[in-house]
Design a protein around this ligand. Structure first.
Ligand code: HEM
Length: 205
């Protein structure tokens, strides 16, 4: 029972904050980049015009879980002793100008027609980690975030609180299991007038 409880706790811990954080950052970036928001909304709305249901879109994210080194080794000029805990800073790798053009810019287009893999084969982009201990829930995580994000973009237009401009959105980060927003993202959700119901969305704010 202890093991079963631990596994369930692990799945909730690893599966909820990561997905929620991905969606919150994606919305923050889209609100900061109204042209990209329009593009994403028209794409989702065009795709779902016929289907009347939500399917797939695209996410981002985080860090790597701590790894314990099984035997002493040397990486670059660092001696790593057996049993040491090592953290790989995939946040920094994902923003390294050696690998990325305008690394700080939100440019989802950079992934279009690009062969870059996000499931652990290309080490410059590791949103789900890599190797034996990479994310066990990658497929669920992708479907989950894509469905929620597509629903938000399909059914609503999004407005910032009165007086706030898109370049004034606070993008400060806090630390935690996943890098969450420091302040909540507060938005007005304006329902789109369609004759289609809202799938899987409880509250609109
Ligand atoms: C967008 C959503 C998600 C992101 C960005 C994400 C990201 C990650 C990352 C970066 C790791 C560490 C991998 C490594 O150290 O190499 C991880 C581990 C893990 N994730 Fe996810 N994850 C997501 C969703 C989920 C979901 C939905 C589940 C399950 C319901 C899940 C279950 C796990 C588990 C069990 C591990 C530990 C694997 C191990 O240590 O062997 N994740 N995830």
């Amino acid at each position: 029972m202890e093991t079963v409880k631990a596994v369930i706790l692990d799945l909730f811990g690893a599966g909820t904050e990561t997905s929620a954080t991905t969606i919150e950052w994606a919305m923050s970036e889209l609100l900061r980049n109204p042209t990209t928001m329009k593009k994403a909304q028209s794409e989702v709305r065009e795709l779902l015009k016929e289907a009347h249901k939500n399917t797939e879109a695209a996410p981002t994210c985080s860090s790597s879980s701590p790894k314990t080194v099984p035997r002493a080794c040397r990486i670059f000029n660092y001696d790593i002793a057996e049993g040491m805990t090592v953290l790989i800073n995939v946040w920094a790798i994902g923003r390294d100008p050696k690998y990325w053009e305008d690394p700080e810019e939100f440019k989802p287009e950079r992934f279009m027609n690009s062969g870059i893999d996000f499931k652990g084969n290309d080490f410059e982009f590791l949103p789900f980690g890599s190797g034996r201990r990479m994310c066990a829930g990658v497929s669920l995580g992708l479907a989950n975030t894509a469905l929620a994000l597509a629903s938000l973009l399909y059914h609503f237009d999004w407005k910032l609180l009165d007086g706030l401009k898109s370049d004034e959105i606070d993008m400060s980060e806090s630390s935690g299991l996943a890098t969450r927003r420091k302040t909540p993202l507060l938005l007005y959700a304006v329902p789109r007038k369609t004759n289609i119901g809202i799938h899987g969305l409880g509250s609109a704010s």
